[in-house]
Design a protein. Structure first.
Length: 315
C-alpha cells in the first residue's frame, strides 16, 4: 500500500519558516501495489507472531545486555579526571591533556607540533588551584555584583523576547478559537459540510501546538538570593571535601565540573611557571547557591567546554 498526501507545508506565524504538519487521515491518498509484495500475509503474520514470542521469552536477557552496554559506554565517555576537556592553552587556543606522568600539556604542542607552548603542569596542582579559585577568588563581592548585573540584563532581554513571542502565540490562539466557534455555530445552524470536519481537526491540532508552546515557555528571571556569594562558597567547600569520599566522588566531581566554564593556562616568564585564568559558569553558580541541582550529562567528556555569554573570571 502506497500512501500520498500525509502532510502539508505551512508557514509558522512566529518564525516565518515553513514547517510540515500532518494531514487528516481522510485526506490521505492510498493505492494498492500488490506487485511490490515480497511474502503473503499469512507468512508475514506468522513471522511477526514468532518475533513477539521470542521477544517476550528473552526479554530479561535483552534488557540486561542493553543495560550492560549502556553502562560500558557511559564509563568510556566519562571524564578521566576532574578537569578533563576544560583546560585551554592561552597561546594557541587548543586543548590541554595529560601528556606525561600525570602532567597536563598543550596537545597542539605535544601531539601536533603547531604550538610553541611546551610547558606542563601537574594535574593535582591545577586541580587544587581551580578549587581554590572556585571557593575564594571567583565570588568576590565585586565579581558577583558584575556577574549578577550582566546576568540580569541578559535575562531582561530574553524575557522581553519571550513575552513578545507569547503574545503572538496568544493572538494566534484567539484567532483559532474564533474559527472553531464559527464552525460550531454553523453546524448548530444546520450548515454542516464534510470539509468542516477536516478543518476542525486542523484547527484543533494548531490549537494544541500553540498551547504546548505556551506551556513549555521558560520562566522569567529567577530570584537571586542576596547572600549568593556566601552560600555558593560554603557549598563549593563542601563539594571539594566530598571529592575525597569515594562513594560520592562522581556526583561531587560532576557538580564541580558544571561550575567551570573554562580554564586558560598560559606559561609564565619564570621556569616552570604557569598562569591560570578560571572562567566560571554563572548559571551553575546561581543554581548551586539556590539549592538547585543542574542536570549534567556524564556521558559527554566536554560537557561545558565553552563558557556562556555571562561569566565571572578569576586569575
Amino acid at each position: 500500500m502506497l500512501v500520498w498526501n500525509r502532510q502539508r507545508s505551512i508557514k509558522d506565524p512566529n518564525t516565518g519558516k515553513r514547517v510540515s504538519r500532518p494531514n487528516p487521515e481522510a485526506k490521505w491518498i492510498r493505492a494498492e501495489v500488490p506487485e511490490l509484495r515480497i511474502v503473503d500475509d499469512e507468512l508475514w503474520q506468522r513471522v511477526k507472531l514468532r518475533q513477539a514470542e521470542l521477544a517476550k521469552q528473552f526479554e530479561a536477557t535483552t534488557n540486561g545486555v542493553r543495560a550492560a552496554r549502556a553502562e560500558r559506554l557511559n564509563r568510556l565517555r566519562r571524564p578521566a579526571f576532574l578537569l578533563s576537556g576544560l583546560l585551554t592553552c592561552g597561546c594557541c587556543g587548543g586543548k590541554y591533556g595529560i601528556v606525561v606522568n600525570d602532567r597536563y600539556g598543550c596537545l597542539g604542542h605535544f601531539r601536533k607540533g603547531i604550538c610553541g607552548n611546551g610547558r606542563t603542569i601537574r594535574r593535582d596542582d591545577i586541580e587544587r588551584r581551580v578549587l581554590a579559585g572556585l571557593t575564594d577568588k571567583l565570588v568576590s563581592p565585586e565579581a558577583v555584583a558584575v556577574a549578577v548585573r550582566s546576568f540580569t540584563e541578559e535575562n531582561n532581554h530574553q524575557n522581553h523576547e519571550r513575552r513578545a513571542q507569547a503574545e503572538t502565540s496568544r493572538r494566534a490562539l484567539e484567532k483559532i478559537e474564533k474559527s472553531i466557534k464559527g464552525i460550531m455555530d454553523a453546524i448548530e445552524d444546520g450548515m454542516y459540510q464534510p470539509a468542516m470536519k477536516a478543518r476542525m481537526v486542523e484547527l484543533e491540532q494548531q490549537k494544541a501546538e500553540i498551547n504546548a508552546r505556551l506551556a513549555g515557555a521558560p520562566a522569567d528571571l529567577p530570584d537571586i538570593h542576596p547572600n549568593v556569594a556566601e552560600l555558593y562558597r560554603a557549598k563549593v567547600i563542601r563539594l571539594a571535601e566530598t571529592l575525597a569520599e569515594p562513594e560520592s566522588n562522581e556526583e561531587a566531581r560532576e557538580d564541580i565540573r558544571s561550575l567551570v566554564g573554562e580554564v586558560v593556562i598560559t606559561p609564565g616568564d619564570k621556569r616552570g611557571e604557569s598562569h591560570a585564568v578560571l572562567r566560571g559558569e554563572l548559571m551553575a553558580i546561581l543554581d548551586l547557591a539556590a539549592g538547585r541541582r543542574r542536570s549534567t550529562n556524564p556521558e559527554v567528556i566536554t560537557n561545558v567546554l565553552a563558557g556562556p555569554r555571562n561569566q565571572t573570571t578569576s586569575p
